[in-house]
Design a protein around this ligand. Structure first.
Ligand SMILES: [Zn+2]
Length: 148
């Protein structure tokens, strides 16, 4: 099925957040672009935070951006503890500004979490889809890694 048809189906039948997760699992990052002012949101929103217009179109993001801010987290929430993150194995979360202009929270991987001062603000990042869990329990998380 063509991407446009899938998007049309989503816009007609599903909540935006469900659509976002479903596409993420397929290795696609989608956002919404406002037809009126061009503002891009990830995850997609039905109402534009820029101009409050309601004419949004879903669009696939290219998956490139730069690091706007980050934090290295040693006291992990329960879900992350299950994945093996804790004081001895911290992880990095950040805000990525996509080329399309949207600012999106994501996990930042393949950076030196033991020397966080080496993580550079503004560095180029590429999308990476993190698969966690097995079989039907598999969840896909949005992550970015430094562009090589
Ligand atoms: Zn707008």
């Amino acid at each position: 099925m063509a991407l446009e048809e899938k998007f049309a189906e989503v816009e007609n039948n599903e909540f935006y957040s469900a659509a976002y997760q479903r596409f993420l699992a397929e290795g696609k990052l989608i956002g919404s672009r406002c037809r009126t002012c061009g503002h891009v949101c990830v995850p997609p929103k039905p109402i534009c935070p820029g101009c409050h217009g309601g004419e949004m179109v879903l669009e696939e993001m290219k998956g490139k951006g730069r690091l706007l801010s980050y934090t290295v987290i040693a006291v992990a929430p329960p879900l992350m503890v299950e994945e093996g993150y804790d004081r001895n194995n911290p992880y990095c979360g950040g805000i990525v500004e996509l080329e399309e202009g949207a600012k999106v929270p994501a996990r930042i991987v393949n950076v030196n979490v033991r020397n966080p001062e080496k993580i550079e603000l503004g560095m180029g990042l590429s999308i990476k889809y993190l698969k966690v869990g097995q079989g039907n329990e598999t969840k896909t998380f949005l992550a970015f890694e430094p562009t090589s």
